[in-house]
Design a binder for this molecule. Sequence first.
Ligand SMILES: [Zn+2]
Length: 56
Amino acid sequence: MVNEIQKKGKTFYQCGECKFIYLTKELAEKCENWCRENNSCNLDIIKQAVEIDKEK
Ligand SMILES: [Zn+2]
């Protein structure tokens, strides 16, 4: 299940499997489908993940 995260007035989308966060729901769903089917992460997808907790 992709989680929506509200942060600094923006919406981010988190893969429910690996917890990586994306700017678009499409990417998060793509990641989640991959994670669920392959039980691993797709590097081509997670390199597009964003880190929102590092910003202060
Ligand atoms: Zn994932």
